[in-house]
Design a protein around this ligand. Sequence first.
Ligand SMILES: [Zn+2]
Length: 158
Amino acid sequence: MLKKYKQLALAMELLNRQARATIVQQVTGLPIKVIRKTYKELHGRSSGRGSLKFSTRGVTSSNLKFKEVTLFAVCFRAFDNKRLESHAHRVIAAFDIYKQSNPAGQLNFSDAWVIAQDLRDKTIQITKCPHCQSWVLLNAREDLSERCGVCKANMESR
Ligand SMILES: [Zn+2]
């Protein structure tokens, strides 16, 4: 009973943040029909169909988006050692902080979900630029530079 309740509570947390129905199903194991129906009741429109972005590289299309992905990664990292119930709870906590620090941010929860998966699997990593100590996201774009954009620009103009 408690398990069922926790499952439903988590589903609502995800749905309130407009997570795609497929993500909610993956996390909670609830029937997709019920999830889609609830999504529509909450948001007045259907959950996006189609597949999720395959990886973070699909999200970092522009410099602005890349900066936002970096910001989300920093938020996600902040919950590294916190005792959260599950990966999904950690994504929710990080997404809330991201939204608070950047209310106009363009990343939606489903983007955050893809990014968090890559961070968890270490496909992408967040680190500090060894030169100026600002945050740098590694492997999220084609260029594998370990310098941050600022230092790289300085190098190139020298
Ligand atoms: Zn730097």
